[in-house]
Design a protein around this ligand. Sequence first.
Ligand code: SF4
Ligand code: SF3
Length: 548
Amino acid sequence: MFCYQCEQTAKGTGCTKMGVCGKDPETADLQDLLVHAAKGISMYAHRARQLGARDRAVDLFVLEALFTTVTNVNFDPARLDALLRKAGKVIERAKGLYEKAARDAGKPVEKLAGPATYSPAEGHEALVAQAQAAGIQQRLDALGPDVAGLEELILYGLKGMAAYADHAVILGQEDEAVFAYFHEALDFLTGDDATQVDKLVPMALKVGEVNLRVMELLDAGNTGVYGHPEPTQVRVTPIKGKAIVVSGHDLKDLEELLKQTEGKGINVYTHGEMLPCLAYPGLKKYKHLVGNYGGAWQDQAKEFDAFPGAVLMTTNCIQRPRETYKARIFTSGLVAWPGVQHVADGNFQPVIDAALAAPGFTVDAEEKYITIGFARNAVMQAAGAVIDAVKAGKIKHFFLIGGCDGAKPGRNYYTEFAQAVPEDCVILTLACGKYRFNKLEFGDIGGIPRLLDVGQCNDAYSAIQIAVALAGAFNCGVNDLPLSFVLSWYEQKAVCILLTLLHLGIQNMKLGPSLPAFVGPNVLNVLVENFNIAPITNVKDDMAAMLA
Ligand code: SF4
Ligand code: SF3
C-alpha cells in the first residue's frame, strides 16, 4: 500500500505498512483499484456524454466509488470486493452506452486502453493481487512528486466533492453538469494532459469551481428540506435516559432515526459534524433530539466507550471501534467496518434495540449550552448590525478559523489562536475543527456574538456567501475585507474546499497543522506565488501579520 491522502499520513510522507487511520494494506489497495475502476468507467461515460448519451446509474456509481475511498469511511475489504464486482458491471454498461452512442452518431468507436479495460479478477485473493498494481507508487516513480502529486490533488478534490454530491443527491439535489464534470476530470487523469503541470493546475482549480456548485446544491438540499439554520442554544451535556448518538454528516439519516425513535423514550444526541443539525427547524422540532454529545471525531473511542447507549456513524469519520462498544455501534450509507452491523435499508430498529438494551444515562449532567446556527441566512439577517459595527470601528477584523480536527498535538494552535483573537474581532467557524474552542466563552460585541458557528464543513458555502455579501456592502473584493482565513485540514473534503477558495482567488490563507504530503515542492511554489498561501507558524506572529 501507499497512501498519502490525509493529513495524518505516516511520517508526513505516506502510509506504507498500515494506515495511521487503521486502514490495512488490503483495504488500501482495494480502494486504489476502485478509483482505477471509476476512472475506467468515466473514460466511457465522458465520451458517451459528449455524444449526448448518459446513464444516471453510472453517474451515481462513480460518486459512491469515490466517496467510499475518502479517509475514515470504509475499512471493510468484503464491502470493497462487492463494490469492485459492481464496478465490473457498471463499466460494461458505460462501455455499451458509449459504443452505441458512437455507432448511432456514425462516429468510429474508439478502442480505449488503461483503466477502461478494468474487469474484476475472479475470487477475492486474485482481486487483491490485481489491486496491488493499481496503487500510485508507480506513477510517483514515473512522473515524480510534482506531477503525481497534482494528479492526486485533483483526485482527492474529486473524492471530497463526491461526498458532498452524494449527500445532495440524497436530498433531491443534482446537476447534470456536475455528473459530467466528474467523468471529464477522471478521464483527464487517464490521459497525456495529466502529465503536464500547466494542464493540471487549471484542472485543480476547476475542481474548486465545480465544488462551489456542489456545495450550493447541498446547501439547497439541507435548507430546502429542513429550513434555514437559526441561532439556537444547544445543550452539550447529557440528560437522564436511554440514548443514541449520531455522528457523520448525513441529515436525512438523522431525520429517519428521529422519526423511528419518536415516543420510544430514547434521547438522540448529535456528535461531531452532526452538531449543526440542532439548528435546523426541520430537525430541532423533534423534542427528543436533546443536544450534542462529545467533541470531534478523533475523540470517539473514549467518548463512545463512555456513552451508555447506541452509536450511529452516517459518514466519515469512523475509527477502529473498541470491543467495549463494537456491539452497539452501527454504520449507514457508505461507512463500513468489518464486524460492525450495517443499516442498509433505512430501518434503524437494530440501533433502537441496542439503545434500549443499554443502561442509558442514569442522571442529568450539569446543564451547559453553546450557541450555534449562524449560517448565511441568520448572518445576513444581522448583516445591517454587523456592517454598522464595522463602520463604527467596533468590529475591527473577522477571522474564519475552520476546517477539520485531528489528533496531532500541533492542533492546539487553533485553540490558542481563537483565544488570542482581540476583543474587537469576530470569529467565524465551521467543520469539526471548531471543537478546539467552541465551548469557550467569547462574549459579544453590541449583541453580535464573537463566535459565529456557520455549520458543517460543506457550509463553507455559507461562509463564502457571507464574505461575498460583506464585500458587496463595503464595495470591495473579498481579499480587501478585514477577513483572514486560518484553516485546518485533515481529509479530502478539506481539499475540495481549499480548491474552491483558490478558485475564488482568496489570498493569504494560513493552512495547518502541516502541509499536504502530496503537494510537491514546485507545486507549493506555484501556490505561494499565486495565492500567497502559507503554513501556520505560531499564534503571535500569524496574528500580528493578519492584523497588520
Ligand atoms: Fe494513511 Fe491517511 Fe491514507 Fe489512512 S487515509 S492510510 S492515515 S494517508
Ligand atoms: Fe471533520 Fe472528518 Fe474533515 Fe466535515 S468530520 S470536516 S475531518
